[in-house]
Design a protein around this ligand. Structure first.
Ligand SMILES: [Zn+2]
Length: 264
């Protein structure tokens, strides 16, 4: 599968819900997340179709409460390296969050052992989706990677309030405020690695767990990598983020026997 097909796939999964085409999947919002599974696709008459059923019946759903999960640090795990380089990306208002889409020729990727997963986009939730003992962080960053087989890997970073974040400022200042708006002509170059916490990007410590997309269709088979260090944005920047979307976070989901594997 070439990069273009991967990007079309990513687009189908993550962005088409903002469009108003007749064949678009049903609209959803974070406010009604308890009933995402019950949203019907009324464009399909027979049989009755619940396109987001996984949100309700899935057993490996994301996010989770990290205080409730069993941590296994005895298994040898793959080396994790975030090999992101500079890009001229598209700043995108997805209709559900602030998002940055990497350009078509972008070569930045996450290496898991010997496998490479191209970085397709990254986006923000406010507050965080992963919680610790029921407590949210102010925000959370998700780097989304998809490989040639369509496998999805999300690298998640908790965001705390503290020092101002220059690259975050650039992203906020260039993202359109209208839903579905894309800014592809800024010409601004950024390196997604600048949003990583103070860790060795070529050999990251991490926690990992099998999960799902945290937005409809809540598809499973997504492997999550959670970093053990936070990044910061200023209180003013958090308010600026809320000016786009607030409470765009899914509640923690049942573990159903899953445990968290850890490198440390
Ligand atoms: Zn996300």
């Amino acid at each position: 599968m070439n990069t273009k097909i991967i990007r079309n796939l990513a687009s189908a999964i993550f962005t088409c819900y903002a469009t108003l085409a007749v064949s678009a999947p049903p609209h959803w919002s974070h406010d009604e997340q308890a009933t995402w599974w019950a949203i019907q696709d009324t464009t399909q008459n027979v049989p009755l179709n619940y396109p987001y059923a996984d949100c309700g019946v899935g057993k490996h759903q994301s996010p989770i409460d990290l205080a409730t999960v069993n941590i296994n640090d005895s298994k040898p795990l793959n080396k994790l390296a975030a090999l992101y380089d500079t890009d001229t990306p598209v700043f995108f208002n997805s209709g559900h969050g602030v998002q940055v889409n990497t350009s078509e020729n972008y070569t930045g990727a996450l290496m898991i052992g010997e496998e490479s997963f191209p970085l397709i986009q990254f986006h923000f939730h406010e507050p965080s989706e992963h919680v610790v003992g029921g407590k949210n962080f102010p925000a959370e960053l998700h780097y989304v990677h998809i490989n040639e087989d369509g496998r999805i890997i999300v690298l998640a970073v908790a965001i705390d309030v503290g020092e101002e974040n220059a690259i975050f400022e650039t992203i906020l200042n260039n993202t359109p405020h209208e839903e579905g708006g894309q800014n592809s002509s800024s010409g601004i170059q950024i390196n997604p690695a600048q949003l990583l916490p103070d860790l060795d990007a070529a050999n990251l410590d991490y926690y990992t767990i099998a999960g799902s997309l945290t937005t409809p269709p809540c598809s499973e088979g997504v492997q999550w990598y959670l970093l053990p260090k936070v990044i910061t944005i200023s209180a003013a920047q958090l308010e600026q983020l809320k000016g786009f979307y607030t409470n765009n976070a899914r509640a923690p989901q049942g573990l159903n026997g899953r445990s968290l594997l850890s490198t440390q």
